[in-house]
Design a protein around this ligand. Sequence first.
Ligand code: ADP
Ligand code: MG
Length: 397
Amino acid sequence: MKTIEDLGDLAGQRVLVRSDLNVPIKDEVIGDDGRIRASLPTLVKLAKAGAKVIVTAHLGRPKGQPNPAYTLAPVAKRLGELLQPEGITVRFATDVTGDAAQTAVQDLDEGEVLLLENVRYDPREESKDEAERGALADELAALADVFVSDGFGVVHRKQASVYDVARKLPHAAGGLVLAEVDVLKKLTEDPARPYVVVLGGAKVSDKLAVIDNLLAKADKLLIGGGMVFTFLKAQGHEVGKSLLEEDQLDIVRGYLNEAGDKIVLPTDIVVAPEFKADSPATVVAADAIPADQLGLDIGPDSAKVFAAEVAAARTVFWNGPMGVFEMAAFAGGTKAVAQALTEVDGLSVVGGGDSAAAVRQLGFADDAFGHISTGGGASLEYLEGKELPGLAVLEED
Ligand code: ADP
Ligand code: MG
């Protein structure tokens, strides 16, 4: 893949950057701004090189229509605050490729950054029709001289601002994409052992393919989160009102038969009668979940076992919270695993949007981990062994 250096002298050049600025926003207040901060180094590098930096990005799922609930305006503001110490001005265009964007590009000075409005306001961005996507990509390409792909969180998407536009302009991978790929390579090619993978989160079905691929590579696979209950049920235990994906039971049973010695399941579970922060929590054995309760975290004994496995590993990949960490009563398992990751003598990687938000919410500093990936879906698909269109296209001329 070409790098920014390969693009030559960028002074005065209009550089279109696809960043991933998809951060949680509630009432115009940004929650975890990790993705914005992860995008800064590339933007600073380009601005300092004298480029006119034009950023395209998405926020949430506005489904192809302008919708003020999904405006990138608060992100532009935050970007401006973060780049101010660098002396870099950030502007905002109120449309994607229309009059506002075109005028803003014309007015843009060297060393400035312009953020275009949410690219998913345009239905062509996510269209399955190549010609439709191509038309939007043409409009994006017309705003710039070169393209830098730096939105790692979207490289698994065949979308106009990720894939098609790269075919219309000289292109390179930005520093964030290169760094993410470098870490993923270390997780898939000859990882230092023991190699422990911790999977959690809401649904097994989201993560089946990665389980499939990583079971062959990892020494241990620790399972927590909502997906635990499909595993417990597959072992013949009752799971009460817990999350359960009946249609995945056969596949999960297959994993347990094939690789049961590698799979570590919790032996105790924190349960409560309701999915509520103040619902009275108790700890029960994993094979004795009461019919009228649901499992919301791994129990304290399991948290200790998981933490010990993680801390003793040389390579750890963790995706998916161990419980409903958003509620304090069910955050213990996630906190224990996060703490253990900070103690790893080797490479520790946190992947997944909610997992990254969880470690920050629980008070861990980013640099306590080897790497916090900005891309949940993208890193999972890479680890599944799939070709990511947004990376493959960067390898084309
Ligand atoms: P990531 O974004 O890190 O890949 P996911 O999106 O797969 O993670 O899952 C995150 C969500 O999983 C969190 O919102 C968390 O509350 C939820 N979760 C974890 N454990 C449970 C559980 N036992 N029951 C229901 N939801 C759970
Ligand atoms: Mg998630």
